[in-house]
Every structure is written in C-alpha cells, then in structure tokens.
Design a protein around this ligand. Structure first.
Ligand code: ZN
Length: 736
C-alpha cells in the first residue's frame, strides 16, 4: 500500500441474530459423542472478546464468497462459506465483521451434519464478533455457512461505493482491517487461504476480482453471474473486487519467460471516459514484472494482472493479489502529466508490483512486522526503476528516503521500525515514514554492506522458504544470514529496527608522525539542540563505510562498529575522509574542522549520494549546536557546486537558518540567496527541457520557487500571485 491519506473511522453496526437450528437434536447429540471420542478436551468457550489477535486454535483454510451486487443500490447480499480447522472442540469462536448484518449462520461438519449457531456482532473495537454454537463443533474440520447483507461503505473502506460524473462504482480497499466490512472474516494477515469469489452484477458492467474470470452466466433478470478462479493462498486484506461502468483496456500479455511458461494476461480499468490514460502504465508493466521476477528468481505468482483506477481512493495504491487498485493520480497519464508526477506513478507501480512477492507471496504474521512489506516495496521500487529506466537517475531515491526518514527520526517521539501492535487501533499507526522510508533506507544500507548479490541470495532464499505463507522479522533475518553467508548480520540489523533514532558519528581524523594515521569514530544518538533525547542511551551495531581519499586515490573502508568508540588505523594520512560512502548509511556525522573543510573543497568529486548526505550532516550539525551559521552557509554554498539533487536538498535547508534570523538577518539572507542561486536559475532557464538531465528538469521549479519566496523577485512574485488569483477566481466562478 502507498501513502495513507485519510483514516476513515466508522462506527460498527451491531448485529444480533438468533437462528433456528437446522440439525435435529439427535444429530447434535451424536456430534458431541463423536467429538468426545476424538478428544477429551472440554469445548473452548473464550468469554472475553480479544482486543488484538484472535484466539489461537481456529484457522480458516478456504473462503467461498458469493455476493449479489448492484452499484445503483445501497447494499449487497452475501452467501459465505469458510472452511475451518479447529484444534479443539469449540462452543464459541471469535472473528471479525464490521457492517455485515448476519441473517443466518451454521456449521456444517464433514459428514454433512449441521450445527445451528448465533452470531453476535460488535463485541469489541474493530468489529470483533462471536459465533455461539448450539452444540460444540468438534476438533477437526468444519465449514461455517453465513448469509448476510451489508451496506456499501461510503468512506473508501471495505467494498465501497463512489460516484463519478453521475455514475456509481464499486471497488474494494481492505488493508489494513477493512475486509471485515465486506464479509465476516478472520481478518488477520497470518490467515492465508484460497478465496473463490462469485459475483452477480448488472449486465453491461465490468467486474474484476483477484482470480481470472472462468465463467459469466447471463441470468435473464438483467444480471450476470461472474465466477472467478480460486486464488493461491492470500490474506483477507488482499481480497479485491471491482464492479461498475469502467472503461476496460486490454494490454499485451506479459510474455512467458524461462521462469514462467505461461504469459500473464494484462488489463487495466478506469472510470468511464478515462481508459485511454491507461496506455502508458500498460506499456511499462511487462518490463517491471520481468525484472522483478528475475530479481526474486520466482515467477509472478497470481496468473493474471488487472490494474484498476478507482473513481476515488484513500491511498496511493493497493497491491491486491492480481488486481492492484490505484487512485487516478497514481496511474492515469496523459500529455499534461508532469515529469515529477509521471515518475511518482512509475515508482508507485513498481512498489505495488514488488508487493506481489514481498507482502503477498510472503506475508508478515502480524502487523508489528508490516515493515517487511512496506520497507521492501519502497526499496525495490527504486531498484526496479533504476534497472528499467537507467537514464532516470533513480539511484538517488534511496538517499531521498534516507533524508526523509531522518527528518522524522530525529524527534524524541520517533518510534522504532518494528513496533508492538497490541490493539486494532494501533494497526493504522504502523503505516508511516518510519516503516516505509526508514525501513527502505536500512535495507539499502545492509544491501550495500553485504553486496547486492549476497543480499539478493538471502531474499531469494526467503521467497522459497515462505512462499504462500507468513514470516516474521526473525525469519527474514535468518534467511538473510543463511542466504548471504553472513550470520552476524542479524544482530546489527536488529539495532536499527528495534530502537528509534539516528546514529550520530563523531569522526576525528588524525595524522601523527609516531602513531600514524587513524580515524576515531564515536557514536551517540542524534538530537537537535534542546531535545529531550538521551543521546547516550542507545547503541547501534553500525555497518560503517567511509570513502578515504589519499595520494593513491579512493578507497572504501568498511567496518562493523559495535563499541561506543572505535579507532581505525589508516594506511597513510588521507586528504579527506567521507564518513558515509555512497551516502547509503543511515547515520549523520560531524567531523573535525580540517576534514570538514577538505570535504567542502572536494565536494564536486563526491558521489551524488555523498554530497546529499554531507550537506544533510552539515545542516544537522547546525541544528544540534555543533557547528555555526558560517559552517552551514559554507556547506550550502559547497552544495551548489554539486549535483542537481544536492542543490535541491540544500534549498530545503535554507528554512532552518531563516527561522532563526531577525528582519535584518532575513534581508541579508535574501542577498545571499540571490547571489548563490541566481546563476543556477539562469543555467536552467536558458535551456529547453530536452537539453537538461532528468534531475535538472526536476530541480528547476525548486530553484525558481526559492528565488520567488526568499530572493528579491518582487515583480515576478506579483505576476505569479496575480496568475494564482485569476486561476482561483475562475475556479470560484465555475463553482458559482
Ligand atoms: Zn506498499
């Protein structure tokens, strides 16, 4: 899933239905006798509603869901069968339902015997509900049969309804815990089962779900009964359904490969009239899937692929197995789509496709490990785009993730990546920049430390070990250690995911005639000036990497730093040491004045990632009170000699300084902004876009924005303000 934008908090609908028994009393007694013969355990009857995970001992093994839908109406009906495996006899089971009104429920045993039951909804937050059986359901297997109706949700959760241009559309969004709004379910990621959907809908409407459509029967009453193939085992939050007057575009099937004998049928859907804007996303899909299959050494798992532009959507996109749903702005492309937006769309697409392996094929057992999904999808989307669009400068994306994550993680209130999730209410909190961007950055750091091939081997092993199943963080660490052949990596990894904060490295380089050249690295936790953070409390095991430049050239020096202070001997006295080689490390640093000056002077010879991380550390040093404003300005000026991305990052830091200045200081800052950034703007604005690199094109609006807001561009600012007023005036006129 990408980018939580809204959280819909809906009150549940309580359901309390008492049902007549379908089985005879004699049959029930017989059932109890049989159960007693199998086990002497007393029937399980947990009285208290679970606040977090459902009780152990009851596991769904398959869902068959038959729903009758019509987007023109306000509600739908469902016939549901859930196959269960019970470890012990149960007099009561707990599950989730938030909206479905149950009209009948019973258990059917393997011999056909039926046990009547009562459904009671809304027993705890999140639609925790219970089913009480008239007689205990024996240990072994049984099928729950549930008849229900439910309103279409109107707030973008579960099976929801939205209108666009006067036409009603249905689509689903289940993650994190909204499958329970569409059908009663054991709505937790650890329960992966096959799903078989049958959907009746008005004739003429497009209908799509996770599986391929295997038949469509015209019923003669103006409706069609669509039957979909049974899925591989998936968790409830991946169930997808779409019904409505969508435009349908058929893409070229994704060709068969050495890994996959069959082509993958590819389609895309958009609200009526917008289908043509799906052409670009259809075009890039095969290349992305092909690259990711090769990376994972595992064929795309879900048989067919539908891409669905929802008429309205709460997130960026959702990785439902075989039926990915997007907000329009995250998939539709036309000739007015900006370069930045187009890149965001491709990045989101690669993210959701990456989830088909990370998250869908291998799934976290519980929400505290959701970083395994989102950090990996964040990390692999940039890696994928870097491979399929080598001119696109995607290799900088992990550095941007690094910088964004650190802008959150420097706070005293920052949470750790792997966070305990104790209640249903905690789950949504896990979808944030720490999970996505810090998680992705940490993965990038360890991939860099282990080497791409070793890291990939660990991931491939993980896919093989846990395909169609669930895995914890500990499982992943073991796969990575075994696959990479580096068993020590887990203890380092866990210091980054099980505690919050940014390592802050004080790097002192010294050259002494007697002791030789050495670098001393002391770690603490980064804290801005005035923060309540205890900087000495945490300690990391840091996969440190520095670029050392001496008379013989550049060397990358790697060392695992486990101690508070580590002294590293250097071969010769270096010209400079960049204490974050490639910028891949998730840490900030401060260094001695001589090394800092040498780094500024050599700024243009650093890699783009190093330039960005150096400038961030200069800014962070100022915020921490370790360096003064002159150092910050010198650092920002050095950045203007670097790559476009480093210039872009430096622009974002000017606000730090401005916020501390009085009016006279702000006037001088405006002079400095003009002197420093006007030449860059002249360079960018005098050239047509095709003559600029991707990053230069992306930088141009940021530089112009800076000059308008912080420079002496009064006339231009007035022109822009008048344009904005005219635009807004037209908008209001249209509305009126
Ligand atoms: Zn995601």
């Amino acid at each position: 899933m990408t980018s939580r934008l809204t959280i819909a908090l809906l009150s549940g609908v309580a359901s309390l239905v008492t049902l007549s028994a379908c089985s005879t009393p004699a049959q029930s007694e017989e059932t109890i006798t049989e159960a007693a013969a199998i086990t002497t355990d007393a029937p399980v009857l947990q009285a208290e509603a679970p606040a977090g995970q459902l009780p152990q001992g009851v596991r769904p093994t398959a869902y068959r869901l038959d729903v009758i839908t019509d987007p023109n109406k306000a509600s739908f009906t469902g016939h549901e069968e859930i196959d269960l495996a019970l470890e012990k006899p149960h007099a009561r089971i707990w599950l989730h339902a938030l909206g479905p009104v149950v009209s009948s429920v019973k258990a059917v045993l393997p011999d056909g015997m039926e046990i009547a039951a009562t459904f009671t909804g809304d027993q705890a937050d999140g639609g925790v509900s219970r089913i009480d059986f008239d007689a205990p359901v024996p240990a072994g297997t049984a099928t729950l049969v549930i008849e229900y109706s439910a309103p279409y949700n109107l707030q973008l959760a579960g099976l929801y309804k939205v209108e666009q241009a006067g036409k009603p559309y249905l689509v689903t969004q289940m993650e994190d815990i909204d499958a329970r709004r569409m059908f009663p379910s054991f709505d937790e990621p650890r329960f992966k089962t096959p799903y078989t959907l049958t959907v009746t809908a008005p004739e003429g409407m497009e209908v799509a779900a996770n599986g391929a459509e295997v038949s469509a029967a015209v019923l003669g009453d103006g409706t069609v009964r669509h039957s979909f193939a049974t899925t591989r085992p998936i968790q409830s939050y991946l169930v997808a359904l779409m019904v409505g007057p969508y435009d349908k575009m058929i893409g070229n099937p994704i060709p068969a490969t050495d890994l996959r004998a069959e082509p993958v049928p590819l389609r895309a859907f958009a609200p009526a009239g917008k289908g043509e804007k799906l052409a670009d996303i259809l075009d890039v899909t095969a290349e992305i899937v092909d690259w990711q299959e090769s990376y994972f050494d595992y064929p795309y798992p879900y048989g067919k692929l539908d891409l669905i532009a929802a008429a309205d959507f709460a997130y960026g996109a959702m990785e439902n197995a075989g039926a990915i749903v997007y907000r329009e702005a995250a998939i539709l492309i036309d000739d007015r789509t900006s370069l930045a937006r187009r890149r965001a769309i491709y990045n989101t697409h690669a993210h959701e496709l990456g989830h088909q392996w990370f998250g869908n094929l291998v799934t976290p057992a519980w929400w505290n490990d959701i970083w395994l999904n989102e950090a990996f999808a964040t990390w692999i989307s940039a890696k994928t785009m870097n491979a399929v669009d080598p001119e696109g400068e995607w290799n900088i994306a992990p550095i941007n993730s690094n910088l964004y994550a650190m802008s959150l993680d420097h706070l005293a209130s920052a949470r750790q990546i792997q966070n305990p999730i104790l209640t249903n209410g905690d789950i949504g909190d896990a979808f944030d920049g720490i999970t996505y961007q810090k998680g992705g950055s940490v993965l990038n750091m360890f991939e860099t430390f282990l080497g791409e091939d070793h890291f990939r081997d660990g991931i491939r092993l993980h896919m093989q070990r846990f395909q169609d199943g669930v895995a914890t963080t500990e499982d992943f660490m073991q796969s990575l250690a075994d696959g990479s052949g580096q068993p020590d990596i887990a203890s380092s990894f866990s210091t980054f995911i099980a505690q919050p904060g940014i390592p802050y490295l004080d790097v002192q380089v010294s050259c002494n005639a007697d002791t030789g050249a050495e670098m001393t690295v002391t770690q603490s936790r980064y804290a801005p000036l005035g923060s309540t953070i205890d900087t000495e409390a945490p300690q990391w095991k840091i996969p440190f990497a520095a670029r050392v430049h001496d008379a013989s050239g550049d060397h990358i020096m790697r060392k695992m730093l486990s101690d508070k202070t580590t002294t590293i001997a250097l071969d010769t006295c270096p010209d400079w040491v960049m204490p974050n080689a490639g910028g891949a490390g998730y840490w900030r640093f401060v260094t001695d004045a001589k090394n800092a000056a040498a780094l500024r002077a050599s700024y243009a010879s650093l890699s783009t990632g190093e330039q960005m991380m150096l400038t961030d550390s200069v800014n962070a040093g100022f915020s921490a009170g370790n360096t003064d404003a002159a150092d910050l300005l010198a650092g920002l000026e050095a950045a203007t000699t670097g790559a476009s991305q480093a210039i872009g990052n430096s622009i974002g830091m000017i606000g730090t300084l401005k916020s501390m200045l009085d009016e006279a200081g702000k006037a001088k800052l405006a002079d400095w902004v003009e002197k420093t950034y006007s030449p860059i703007w002249e360079y960018l604005s005098e050239r047509p876009a095709p003559a600029l690199s991707t990053s230069e094109q992306l930088l141009a609006p940021d530089v112009w924005d800076l000059l308008l807001e912080e420079g002496h561009r009064t006339d231009e600012r007035t022109v822009m303000a008048n344009r904005a007023k005219a635009y807004l005036g037209r908008q209001y006129t249209t509305i009126a």
